[in-house]
Design a protein around this ligand. Structure first.
Ligand SMILES: [Zn+2]
Length: 125
């Protein structure tokens, strides 16, 4: 019966020797390890940003259940709103920029006020 060749988990070279070997060389072993570490870090980052966006959206929704309300910026800050992250921008003809977290968006107004809106069909990007 022909034994199936085991392959290096990193470069797919055929492995010779001990049956518990997973890599053909020390270099492949550490490359694979570093790659996994990097992948885990970026996966974590993606999950973190997703969580922030979700939270932002729920804060906007909570602060403006009808979809159009002006609130002091402080209200959002106290709720833990993160102004660094949004899903998309919408620029109006008049040059205003709305920041969206999914279907809820906001516009920064003078005097630290914020206008919260619900996404309209015409704003679709
Ligand atoms: Zn290898």
């Amino acid at each position: 019966m022909e034994k199936e060749h085991r392959k290096c988990a990193q470069c797919s070279n055929i492995l010779i020797g001990r049956s518990d070997k997973r890599f053909c060389s020390e270099q492949c072993r550490s490359e694979c390890h570093n790659h996994k570490k990097l992948q885990n870090t970026s996966e974590k980052k993606i999950l973190q940003v997703n969580a922030i966006l979700r939270k932002n959206r729920s804060i906007l929704k909570m602060a403006s259940p009808q979809g159009k309300t002006t609130v002091p910026r402080q209200i959002l800050e106290l709720a833990g709103f993160n102004f660094t992250y949004f899903t998309n921008l919408y620029r109006t003809n008049r040059g205003n920029t709305y920041y969206f977290c999914y279907d809820y968006g906001y516009l920064l107004l003078p005097e630290d006020k914020i206008l919260i809106v619900n996404q309209q069909a015409y704003m679709a990007t």
